[in-house]
Design a protein around this ligand. Structure first.
Ligand SMILES: N[C@@H](Cc1c[nH]c[nH+]1)C(=O)O
Length: 361
């Protein structure tokens, strides 16, 4: 990896191009309140954040990214519309692979604008595309909003839909739930035995866990309701699978998704948004025919994404992480906005990865 001074200089250049595009420089403290913010990132980052305690301020963490603190700052006192840029280090533990950096620089661009979300998506994607024009990279794109809409449209109980939505980020768990809810896999024996008991709480065993008897009864009731719920039909599971399997360039993906939407009307709005995004990208001169769309893309990223998601990576360089990643996070602004919300989208470039691709590492 290139030296720090080089990374810093490249970061400053990139940030200057984002400023030239109309963004104001944002600064966020390195230490962030973990109790308020950590859950917003989801399971992966929650496990990887460096958390420490402070007797006055409570749990603090080294910022795992800029987006969450920038959203918090904007929702507290930002005027609309707003564009921000930043450059600085983020921190994430690397439990599986010690060769991957646990501390690295990000240069970001974030747009808060309610005017035209498709145009804002294209603006962010286009800026990153231009910044990476001199290196050989490919874009992968996806849409978490489309997946959420598909799950929401399933004919099943709200509880099942909520469970599936929570696990969109964990594809294997999602698949196991779907298999169970569609009757392809039976309820585990131990659970069935519990549900068959007349009075499962009267075992004579003392309560030593954190859950109260009422909470346990409620959970058992929910499980009983679930066992009795009708299975999700195989037609619906096949449609969901067809959506997850889409892997085409943007225009062909749109065609496929339009076909799927005929039988799955719940995704119609999301497909329409995708079309608007493709049109906005095309209007910016981006060659949409060369950009891939994957139905399943984005399911391992930050859990605050709820719409467009994308990354740029160098093919054949599995030794390097993605050089840029980003996406839309409208709901996050609602969570941090105390009743307010604003459509928002952004992305980061990792300057040290860019330097490596430019041959300056
Ligand atoms: N904060 C994200 C990147 C991003 C910026 N804006 C939207 N997404 C990350 O660190 O992966």
């Amino acid at each position: 990896m290139p030296q720090k001074a080089l990374i810093r200089a490249r970061a400053a250049e990139l940030r200057a191009t984002f400023e030239a595009a109309g963004a104001t420089v944002a600064e966020t403290p390195l230490l962030q309140p973990a109790e308020v913010l950590l859950d917003l990132y989801g399971e992966d980052i929650r496990a990887r954040a460096y958390v420490t305690s402070d007797s006055l301020l409570g749990e603090q963490m080294l910022r795992p990214d800029f987006t969450v603190p920038v959203v918090q700052m904007h929702m507290q006192h930002g005027a609309e519309p707003a564009r921000y840029t930043y450059a600085g280090e983020v921190f994430r533990r690397q439990d599986a692979d010690t060769s991957r950096a646990n501390e690295y620089t990000q240069v970001g661009y974030e747009v808060f604008d309610r005017d035209n979300p498709a145009a804002a998506d294209a603006e962010v994607f286009g800026l990153i595309h231009v910044a990476l024009a001199d290196v050989d990279v490919r874009a992968s794109t996806g849409d978490i909003g489309l997946l959420m809409a598909a799950v929401q449209g399933l004919e099943t109980t709200d509880r099942r839909k909520e469970a599936l939505k929570r696990h969109i980020w964990r594809p294997r768990r999602f698949r196991a739930l779907l298999d169970r809810y569609s009757g392809r896999m039976t309820v585990p024996q131990s659970r069935q035995a519990l549900l068959d008991m007349d009075a499962p709480l009267q075992t004579g065993v003392p309560f030593i866990g954190l859950r109260s008897p009422d909470e346990i009864s409620e959970r058992i009731e929910a499980l009983r309701e679930d066992v009795n719920a009708a299975p999700i039909s195989s037609v619906q599971v096949e449609l969901l699978d067809a959506l997850l399997d889409v892997r085409e360039t943007l225009p062909f993906a749109l065609e496929r998704l339009r076909d799927i939407a005929v039988d799955m009307p719940a995704i119609t709005h999301a497909v329409f948004s995708l079309r608007e995004r493709i049109d906005a990208m095309d209007a910016k001169g981006i060659d949409v025919g060369a950009i891939e769309f994957e139905g399943s893309y984005g399911r391992t990223n930050m859990e605050y994404y709820d719409g467009f998601v994308f990354e740029f990576h160098a093919e054949g360089r599995a030794d390097l992480p993605a050089v840029a990643t980003g996406g839309r996070y409208d709901a996050l602004t609602r969570v941090l906005g105390g009743g307010n919300e604003i459509p928002a989208v952004g992305a980061v470039i990792r300057p040290e990865v860019l330097l490596a691709l430019e041959g300056q590492a």
